[in-house]
Design a binder for this molecule. Structure first.
Ligand code: AMP
Length: 215
């Protein structure tokens, strides 16, 4: 199965993607994760991307489309793929269409996870992760039990630099102006499956599964 997860930052795309990976056995391709890895490794691409990410702006289209094209060539994408956080602009979507055509790959569903802005700000600003294993928590809704991660780590949990309220509000603005037009773009191809993203991750997962015909 070939999927795109679409929705504002903090809608739960990453959380749902992790669940879907296990069910569908296709790789999760998260451009946000790829850019953060490049930044942590200090590559020229990562350092370039950092300038945009810290302000909540989008990294230039040609940088991310290049990354995704390379990633889609890998063998593990044979049975399908799940794009999380890509495409984020109409130009990216058009480039992806050409890439998929060239590779003779299809797109089956675009799952749109919808969540209100104020819920998003609350979710994102409380988000913390384990510096050892990367597991994501929330200071109020899902704190690590007794302050200890499932991997055994005990200590300070870290906040992403772009998870502050100011940057989140900018990321939302960018979403509505540059990414939301994709709902129309894919709507015209009858590919959009809308899911209400409020509720627990498991409740949302049930809705996501149903939206793509897994029940
Ligand atoms: P995410 O983890 O998906 O919220 O992405 C974090 C940041 O990485 C975004 O705010 C952008 O700066 C950058 N980014 C991730 N994916 C893309 C994309 N498809 N196009 C442009 N920038 C991206």
């Amino acid at each position: 199965m070939n999927l795109i997860l679409l929705g504002p930052p903090g809608a739960g795309k990453g959380t749902q993607a992790q669940r879907l990976v296990k069910t569908l056995k296709v790789p999760q391709i998260s451009t946000g994760d790829m850019l953060r890895e490049a930044r942590a490794a200090g590559t020229p691409l990562g350092l370039e991307a950092q300038k945009y990410m810290e302000k909540g702006e989008l990294v230039p289209d040609e940088v991310v489309t290049g990354l995704v094209e390379e990633r889609l060539k890998a063998d593990d994408c044979g049975p399908g793929y799940m794009l999380d956080g890509f495409p984020r602009t109409v130009v990216q979507a058009e480039t992806l269409e050409k890439t998929l055509d060239r590779m003779d790959k299809k797109l089956d569903h675009v799952v749109l996870i919808k969540v209100d802005d104020e819920v998003i700000v609350e979710r994102i600003t409380g988000r913390r992760s384990c510096p050892e294993c990367g597991k994501i928590y929330h200071v109020v809704f899902d704190p690590p039990k007794d302050g200890i991660c499932v991997c055994g780590y005990k200590g300070d949990f870290v906040q992403r630099a772009d998870d502050t309220e100011e940057v989140v509000r900018e990321r939302l603005k960018v979403y509505y102006s540059q990414t939301a037009p994709l709902v129309d773009f894919y709507g015209k191809q009858w590919l959009v499956r809308e899911v209400e993203g409020t509720g627990t991750p498991d409740e949302v997962f049930q809705k996501v599964r149903a939206s793509i015909g897994l029940e």
